[in-house]
Design a protein around this ligand. Structure first.
Ligand SMILES: [Zn+2]
Length: 316
């Protein structure tokens, strides 16, 4: 049997993780390295001369020129968190290395924190992932379909209309022979308007869109579709080989969600759960460097207070 390229890659082992990031100090050093590869630079005046000091156990810098003080986490997604960076890194390690998703409840147990804290950590990191994927664009052969988050099935065509289900557009860029490469998932109905706006943002020429939705082709014409494959629609079409990649992706999504989240507010946070899945999926071949990249993304993501995270995204 052929080895699965994703499942059998080495990734970052727990022992390697602990060796590199096994304390708050090591994690602080990783954040400093990520934010200021040439050494600390004052965010206020740009001066590089500074004195490090500690307050309440956390690393701070004071600029020698203008006396500006900031902590190692100021201006990042970690800002204002009382949690030490080691526990943030454990959360990032679990979220990126586990086969399926890790829920806030599991994080609560792993980190030894209350549920509210675990929820915030989880949603802040999901938002980092979502924002990182926000500009994702697909090109070449792209399979497109409508799918639903929540309810009995994810990605299926049955059971539409039940409560707490969120429609989303699923698109998967494939190789010429139909192997999935990149995914792009957006909470939106499969209407001409929504597909057109999705295509304008997320699809780039040259394009070959494969879909069973006629409206999809009209809507993606603007984006430069030059070949169309209409399968005829209906339940049987999703089993066709032309849809193999998208079915694989939607099936992964379904498995990940079903095994992890028993109940959450799909309608409110669908964009974030889809963003997390998309981030992980699009980096599935690179498990050994995914943590370093997530740390980098977390450092360049502005702080997101809880009240902002609890507000549903405008337009979703
Ligand atoms: Zn300064």
């Amino acid at each position: 049997m052929a080895m699965n390229r994703v499942q059998f890659q080495p990734g970052l082992s727990m022992s390697e993780f602990l060796e590199h990031y096994g304390s708050d100090e090591l994690c602080e050093a990783a954040v400093v390295e990520s934010r200021w590869p040439q050494g600390f630079l004052c965010p206020d005046c740009g001066c590089g001369v500074h004195s490090p000091f500690r307050r309440a156990g956390r690393l701070y810098f004071q600029c020698s020129a203008c006396r500006y003080q900031c902590s190692v986490i100021s201006g990042t997604i970690f800002e204002s968190s009382k949690l030490g960076l080691f526990r943030w890194f454990v959360a990032m390690h679990l979220l990126t290395q586990s086969k399926n998703n890790v829920s806030a409840l599991e994080l609560m147990r792993h980190l030894g924190v209350c549920y509210k804290t675990a929820w915030l950590v989880k949603h802040k990191l999901m938002e980092v992932m979502r924002l990182r994927e926000d500009g994702r664009q697909l090109t070449g052969r792209v399979e497109m379909d409508d799918a639903y988050l929540g309810g009995e099935r994810v990605g299926g065509k049955v059971g539409r209309g039940s409560e707490n289900k969120v429609p989303f557009i699923a698109a998967v860029q494939t190789t010429e022979d139909g192997q999935p490469v990149l995914a792009c998932l957006a909470p939106a109905p499969f209407t001409s308007e929504a597909v057109a706006s999705f295509a304008a943002k997320s699809l780039v020429r040259p394009l070959t869109v494969v879909s069973d939705g006629l409206a999809c082709f009209i809507a993606t014409e603007e984006a430069g579709v030059h070949e169309r494959i209409v399968t005829g629609g209906g339940k049987a079409s999703v089993k066709l080989p032309q849809f193999k990649a998208i079915n694989t992706v939607l099936s992964n999504l379904k498995t990940g969600l079903a095994g992890t989240y028993h109940a959450f507010n799909f309608a409110k946070y669908a964009h974030r759960y889809l963003g997390e899945f998309q981030y992980r999926f699009n980096r599935r071949f690179d498990l050994s460097s995914i943590l370093v990249r997530l740390v980098r993304a977390a450092c360049v993501t502005v702080p997101h207070p809880a009240e902002v995270l609890r507000t549903a995204e405008v337009g979703q």
